[in-house]
Write a protein that binds this ligand. Structure first.
Ligand SMILES: CC(C)(COP(=O)(O)OP(=O)(O)OC[C@H]1O[C@@H](n2cnc3c(N)ncnc32)[C@H](O)[C@@H]1O)[C@@H](O)C(=O)NCCC(=O)NCCS
Ligand SMILES: Nc1ncnc2c1ncn2[C@@H]1O[C@H](COP(=O)(O)OP(=O)(O)OP(=O)(O)O)[C@@H](O)[C@H]1O
Length: 198
């Protein structure tokens, strides 16, 4: 089975591209979704996060994501601590899901992961698709989508490698500056390239 990375940055348009790829028949595994599964109520992941970050589990027993986000995006050391707890679990769940797809005979899978390159996970993959936008547009879309003030948006952008620095690791770059149809045309082209590789 071939494994491709699908990356970008916060609010660069990965989910938009991933949805378009799914419509074309691609299998996409979503790291953000896996990151939620590993802290579902009753998991060891949630227990460990609750022990390290007191007060982030709400009265309903669920993770208060806004509270934890405010803490970790404001402080690199706190973020590193959360990453150390969750990234190995996310990685393990990704490998399990990939193996299950391989056992079903699926020919290729894309791993949609915002921190793919930051975490060195692009090394050894069959290729990397980067969803790129200029930084000012990335910030504007982030603020609009998440209702963030400038400081909050800057803190989140600072937690990731700039998209411009990710370009050198990309096999294909999808420029998501234009409208959705302009992006869809590029997605179709990349999908054809993936199919051509077998
Ligand atoms: C801090 C948390 C609780 C905030 O939750 P929230 O629902 O507000 O955001 P969500 O999970 O949807 O993430 C939104 C975006 O933030 C960015 N982001 C999330 N975590 C991180 C991180 N540790 N470092 C840098 N950027 C991050 C990504 O671009 C992601 O797509 C959550 O993001 C989390 O648990 N992060 C740690 C796990 C992780 O690294 N996830 C990223 C994918 S592996
Ligand atoms: N081509 C586009 N034109 C206009 N708006 C867009 C376009 N692509 C995405 N958006 C909007 O920009 C925001 C970010 O897109 P999306 O959620 O796909 O990004 P993402 O990379 O998956 O983000 P995250 O990693 O933070 O979850 C969303 O509000 C989305 O509706």
């Amino acid at each position: 089975m071939r494994i491709y990375g699908l990356t970008g940055g916060i609010a660069s348009g990965k989910s938009t591209v991933s949805q378009m790829l799914r419509e074309l028949g691609a299998h996409v595994l979503d790291a953000d979704a896996i990151a939620r599964e590993v802290v579902e109520p009753g998991t060891l992941g949630l227990a460990e996060v609750g022990a390290r970050f007191p007060g982030v589990i709400g009265p309903d027993g669920r993770l208060d994501r806004a509270k934890l986000g405010a803490r970790v995006f404001a402080d690199p050391a706190e973020r590193a601590a959360l990453n150390a707890l969750l990234h190995p679990r996310i990685r393990e769940a990704f490998l399990e899901k990939t193996q299950a797809l391989a056992a079903q005979g699926v020919a290729r899978v894309l791993y949609d992961a915002p921190l793919l390159i930051e975490n060195g996970l692009h090394v050894g993959l069959d290729g990397v698709v980067l969803v790129w936008v200029p930084r000012d547009l990335q910030k504007a879309r982030l603020k609009a989508r998440d209702g963030l003030e400038d400081t909050g948006a800057e803190a989140r952008l600072a937690a990731q490698l700039p998209l411009d620095a990710k370009r050198e690791h990309a096999t294909w770059i999808i420029d998501n500056t234009g409208d959705r149809e302009a992006t869809r045309a590029q997605v179709q082209e990349v999908w054809r390239a993936l199919l051509a590789r077998g």
